[in-house]
Design a protein around this ligand. Sequence first.
Ligand code: FRU
Length: 501
Amino acid sequence: MNTVTSTLEAYRPAMHYASKDTWLNDPNGLVFHEGIYHLYYQNNPFGNVHGNLSWGHATSTDLVSWEEQPVAILCDETEEIFSGSIVVDHGNTSGFGEDGTAPLVAVYTSAYKPGSLHQGTQAQSIAWSTDGGYTWTKYAGNPVLTRNSPEFRDPKVFRYEGPAGSYWVMAAVEALDFAVLLYRSDDLRNWSYLSTFGPANGTGGVWECPDLFPLPVDGDAANTKWVLTVNMNPGGPNGGSAGQYFVGEFNGVRFTSETTVTEGLQDDARLAEYDWLDWGRDYYAAVSFSNVPDGRRLMIGWMNNWQYANHIPTAPWRSPMSLVREISLTSADGRPRLVQQPVHEGAAGSTAGQAQFLSVDGSRTLDGGTAVQLLEVAFTPGTAGEFGLVVRGSGDGSTGTRIGIRPGAHQLFVDRTASGDTAFHDAFASVDSAPLRLVDGQYALRIFVDHCSVEIFAENGQVALTDLIFPDPANTAVSLYSTGGTTEASLKLTALASGRY
Ligand code: FRU
């Protein structure tokens, strides 16, 4: 292995899924089945840039360590297999089940190739598995839903059980119309139109990869609301790809949002008022698992951005997934907001340090910085105009990823301009910010640092900011800083086990 190759491989995450030696993008078909979490994903089995889209596959029992499996659904001469979802067809409504076994049914977008019967269109197709999701058979009657549209894609299917009845519902996008279309079916083969949502809020780019699910507000099942998530590229709050969400009601036919800021097309001046799943540059195409017990709602996003996705300096693999996030709803200032908490407990061998209480004025490098760690820090603002941390730093202040807070501007930011390798694409070196509120007199952050990423959760999980970074592997220093005054900080560092898979 030469030096260049080993540096590139050094970015392979310890806590996040990345394929062994191929390209990946969107998570697809996330499903829990018979004790196993299945992560399928947009995959180029033949290279490490976007192309030959097929469904790759990985499995996990703890949502932290993943095992790569053989490619699940392969592209062919007629179609690429674009994003979609999987349901466990408990009632065998599709008729694909055998010997009393409930089939898994995948609903995906056929992106038809030139020369195929349906060329120029994207339509929804199905495939089934009766061996627990390892081998798949495409339905001979595909596609099962077409609008003869070139940009109709990303079906997310769930079982609706409610006042309106019991049936399958599909959310899919007309990407260029900023529209989520809902359909219903009794057998997953025949679909009829229900309604359309959009345009609303973020419309700075095409709408992709929707999801629709119920969640209790503050754990109160009697006050359940529906969440519609929509990914969008470009036009995110800090540029490029990002996901937004709406909260409201779904009556079995129509989703009605109660959190819409801008009906119709985006008002750029109000971009920061929209609800974003993540304010960072590298959390896209997020969707949730189906069939998870106990009503848990778990999501994964693709940790990359279409602005530079094909160029990030990793090889032979390219693109990691985010950590799995457990999602809930809370009511803050009378408004429903999504709360995200990463699932990381499975990381065996993690060692928590002692909590430290520090007064910072200027910059102060701490003991205990490691390449892969969780930093839990709470700042009590004083007179300083800005404070925060530098992670994956050189220790001398010249290099590192700055995670800062400007209390006067109510702003959290990540400055990755000096984070390491940024030269591979013009759009990469960036300062990405999010609005941030003081909670009980403090700004508390949970920061997950891995070999090529930082994922930051603030306001008890109501604000997330995820960015890729490509630091020198030797740079593991953590410093605190406070500019123009003193800041009190409490801090705990937990070294997370580097169980690369
Ligand atoms: C989102 C997306 C989807 C599409 C897939 C193709 O990143 O563009 O809309 O199905 O990627 O790989």
